[in-house]
Design a protein around this ligand. Structure first.
Ligand code: ZN
Length: 385
C-alpha cells in the first residue's frame, strides 16, 4: 500500500515539475475561513459569493486541523486546491480561463483493514496513540466503550486489548475517522467484546445494543424543518448535496441551549452558517449551532447541558429564522437525531442471526490477534491485513 502511495506521489511530483508549479500541503488553521483562503491566494471573493446557498454552507464545514493541498505556479498564482470538508467530500478549486471554478468532489483514499493487539501499559488511549499515531482511533475506541467499561477504575497494567478497524489513507497519510469493526478489552481475564453492525451501532456478542451518550434538544418546542442527510438533493442544481445537521424552525430570539456539557470551542461568523457557536464535548464529540442572532458565551467557557448559549436568528444564508444544529464525532458529521433521546437498540430476529455469525468471525480474529502477538517479549504488535 505504501508503495502505491509512493508511486502516486512521484507521479504527482512529475506532473508538478513539468508545469513548473509547486504543490504543497498545509493544516487548516483555527479561525481560518474559505473567504480568507481566497484572499490569501488573490482570488476574488465573488468566487464565494457566486456559489449557491447550500454550497456556501458547505464551505463553512471546513474544520481546523484538516490537511489541504494547493498547487501554485511560479508567479504565485493558485492553479488548484483540494480542501476536505469531511472524510468523504472535498472542495476542489481550479483555475479556469483567468477565473476559478469551485466544485465538490469525493475524497480519494485507500483504505485497509488493520488489527492491533496491545498489552496495556499506560492507558488504552495512550497506548493506542503510541502504537498507531492515530488520535482519532484512540478517541473512537474510548467512545465505543464509554458506557460499558470505566478504564480508570477497571483496567490495570497488562490487561489486553485488540481492535479490528478500517483506516483510510490519503496521499500516504492516515486520514479521517477510522471505523472500528470489532474490539476486545480483557480485564481480570474477562473478555468484553463489542462489534459494529451494518446499522452503524455497536452490540455485545449477544446482540445487545450499547447505550450511547444522549443529547438534549437545543431548542424547546421547535418544528424540524430539515433533517440530516448525507446527500440531499440540491434544489436548484438538481444534484446531490449533503445537509450536515438538523434545522429547527423557531421564532427569532428563541433560546438556544447547549445539547450537553462541554467547552465552547468557537464563537463568531462562519461563512454560510452566519453567527455560530461550536462546543466540544467528551470523546471527540462536537456540536454546532448556526444562524444565531445572539451569542451569549465566549470561546473557552465551560457550559452545562441546557444552559442558554444564544438566540435563534437568520444570520448567514438563511431563508427564515431557524437553528441549524450539527453534531460531529472526530469532525465527522453524524445525525443529531439518532443521538437525541435514543434508546438502546435491539436487533430484529433475522438481523440478530446475521449479527451473531459476523460476531463469531470477529471474535476469532481478535483472539488470534491477542494470542499471536502478545505472547512474545514485545508488549505490542501492529498487524496489517
Ligand atoms: Zn441547516
Amino acid at each position: 500500500m505504501i508503495n502505491i502511495n509512493k508511486i502516486i506521489f512521484l507521479l504527482v511530483l512529475l506532473v508538478t515539475i513539468s508545469f513548473g508549479a509547486t504543490s504543497s500541503n498545509r493544516i487548516w488553521g483555527k479561525g481560518y475561513t474559505f473567504l480568507k483562503f481566497l484572499e490569501t491566494h488573490n482570488i476574488p471573493a465573488s468566487v464565494y459569493w457566486d456559489l449557491y446557498q447550500e454550497d456556501k454552507e458547505l464551505t463553512a464545514e471546513i474544520y481546523a486541523g484538516v490537511r489541504y493541498y494547493t498547487l501554485i505556479d511560479k508567479n504565485n498564482v493558485l492553479l488548484q486546491a483540494l480542501i476536505p470538508i469531511n472524510d468523504e467530500t472535498q472542495i476542489h478549486i481550479v483555475r479556469d480561463n483567468e477565473t476559478y471554478k469551485v466544485d465538490f468532489i469525493p475524497v480519494k483514499y485507500f483504505s485497509s483493514t488493520n488489527s492491533i493487539a496491545i498489552s496495556i501499559q499506560k492507558s488504552p488511549y495512550q497506548d493506542i496513540v503510541e502504537l498507531t499515531g492515530d488520535v482519532n482511533l484512540a478517541n473512537e475506541f474510548v467512545n465505543t466503550y464509554k458506557n460499558t467499561i470505566n478504564f480508570n477504575r477497571n483496567v490495570i497494567k497488562n490487561d489486553k486489548l485488540a481492535l479490528i478497524y478500517h483506516c483510510k489513507y490519503r496521499l500516504g497519510r492516515i486520514f479521517g475517522t477510522p471505523d472500528i469493526k470489532a474490539s476486545l478489552v480483557e480485564t481480570n481475564g474477562m473478555p468484553n467484546f463489542l462489534f459494529a453492525y451494518s446499522d452503524g451501532k455497536y452490540y455485545d456478542q449477544n446482540g445487545n445494543g450499547i447505550s450511547r451518550s444522549l443529547l438534549q434538544t437545543p431548542v424547546s418546542n421547535a418544528r424540524i424543518s430539515s433533517r440530516f442527510s448525507l446527500n440531499r438533493m440540491h434544489p436548484i442544481l438538481k444534484v446531490k448535496r449533503p445537509h450536515y445537521g438538523v434545522d429547527y424552525a423557531a421564532p427569532y430570539g428563541t433560546n438556544v441551549k447547549a445539547a450537553a456539557n462541554g467547552k465552547v470551542l468557537f464563537t463568531g461568523a462562519k461563512s454560510g452558517y452566519g453567527k455560530v457557536i461550536e462546543i466540544s464535548h467528551e470523546n471527540g464529540l462536537k456540536t454546532l449551532y448556526a444562524h444565531l442572532s445572539k451569542i451569549n458565551v465566549k470561546t473557552g467557557q465551560k457550559v452545562k447541558t441546557g444552559q442558554v448559549i444564544g438566540k435563534v436568528g437568520s444570520s448567514g444564508l438563511s431563508t427564515g429564522p431557524h437553528l441549524h444544529f450539527g453534531l460531529y464525532r472526530n469532525n465527522k458529521p453524524i445525525n443529531p437525531l439518532s443521538n437525541i433521546n435514543s434508546q438502546r437498540s435491539v436487533l430484529a430476529k433475522e438481523q440478530k442471526k446475521e449479527f451473531v455469525k459476523l460476531a463469531k468471525q470477529y471474535e476469532e480474529q481478535l483472539k488470534i490477534a491477542i494470542i499471536g502477538n502478545l505472547s512474545s517479549q514485545s508488549p505490542s504488535y501492529f498487524v496489517s491485513h
